[in-house]
Design a protein around this ligand. Structure first.
Ligand SMILES: [Mn+2]
Length: 325
């Protein structure tokens, strides 16, 4: 599907009439968030528009290879920007501490593939069927005839590879594969992306995975699987939440498992949960019950209070989701 013509021209005219652009993305940024944000920044550099990328959190270790990543800041240099471009984001809250800087932009463009919460932004280029925000950007750049440099190509591949799990997840489309092929032709480095994103785990991460597998729980004829990482686990292993990236997919990789969930408490009293599913099981609907969100097969939410309580509440809903589908 191509970007709707008038959206592409709205995008260009908004960008062309701005002299300063602030680019933003979500808390706990992943490869699609930072890859997309950096790709927009490289594009703006190329057409001579001053820009900056802001993110509430610093880039995680495994994304520090992204071209231009050192330019990502947590607070802006300028007081005010003409245009805000926000990528891979469904709700203003997920901008975290950077939200007020975007609120003060004259206009904002949102480019995203999540199911919208509050539909923010003056121009919205949103396709919930796209596997990654980077796919929407690749379409947009091709439609606009943007020169895709090797830096832009690597950033966009990082987004596509991350959100499709290296083209293994159900959201992988023929289009995402052909766009990736095109990005490789433009000099995108998929080997570097794969090695850095998936094969550069710290030892603390491997240790935590051990705990997660050891404490695995199964229910509903082994179709539901969940595990818990306690605050002590993080402390004792000098681990951080980003070290648990991908664990929930490990749980889902078990033959019988249709829905998996990973609860973790990197900060005491705050329980974060990632949920994954196969097929038609819609775990984003379950996450929304608890104020979270995401996609049909990949969602998340957070709980205040003790871990056990969070497990009881969410697992009960996941059982209903399995039984009612
Ligand atoms: Mn994404």
């Amino acid at each position: 599907m191509s970007v709707v013509q008038n959206l592409a021209s709205d995008f260009v005219s908004a960008v062309r009439s701005a002299s300063t652009v602030l680019i933003g993305t979500h808390l706990n940024p992943d490869g699609d968030a930072l890859g997309s944000a950096r790709a927009v920044s490289h594009y703006l550099d190329g057409i001579g528009v001053a820009n900056e990328v802001l993110c509430h959190h610093m880039p995680p270790r495994n994304l520090r290879f992204l071209p231009g990543v050192s330019r990502i800041r947590q607070t802006p240099k300028e007081e005010k920007y003409d245009l805000g471009i926000v990528v891979d984001l469904d709700s203003l809250e997920r901008l975290g501490s950077t939200e007020p800087f975007f609120a003060s932009c004259e206009r904002t463009i949102f480019i995203d593939h999540h199911v919208p919460h509050d539909a923010p932004g003056d121009i919205r280029i949103v396709d919930t069927a796209a596997p990654a925000t980077a796919v929407i950007l690749a379409r947009l750049f091709i439609e606009l005839g943007v020169e895709i440099t090797p830096e832009i190509a690597t950033c966009l591949i990082a987004g596509i590879v991350t959100d499709t799990g290296s083209f293994r997840f159900r959201n992988t489309t023929p289009e995402s594969l052909s766009l990736a092929a095109r990005l490789l032709e433009q000099g995108g480095d998929i080997t570097q992306v794969s090695e850095q994103v998936f094969q550069s785990k710290p030892i603390s991460s491997a240790r935590l995975l051990g705990f997660a597998l050891e404490r695995m729980n199964l229910a509903c004829d082994d179709q539901l699987c969940w595990s818990v990482l306690l605050h002590e686990d993080f402390e004792q292993n000098h681990a951080v939440d980003e070290d648990t990236e991908g664990f929930v997919n490990e749980l889902l990789s078990i033959e019988t498992v249709q829905i998996s969930a990973l609860f973790r408490e990197p900060k005491r009293g705050k329980v974060r949960c990632s949920i994954r599913s196969r097929g038609d099981y819609d775990v984003s609907a379950v996450a929304r019950i608890f104020g979270g969100g995401g996609h049909k097969n990949a969602a998340g939410c957070t709980f205040d209070g003790p871990v056990n309580e969070a497990v009881d509440r969410l697992v009960a809903e996941l059982k209903l989701c399995l039984e009612s589908s």
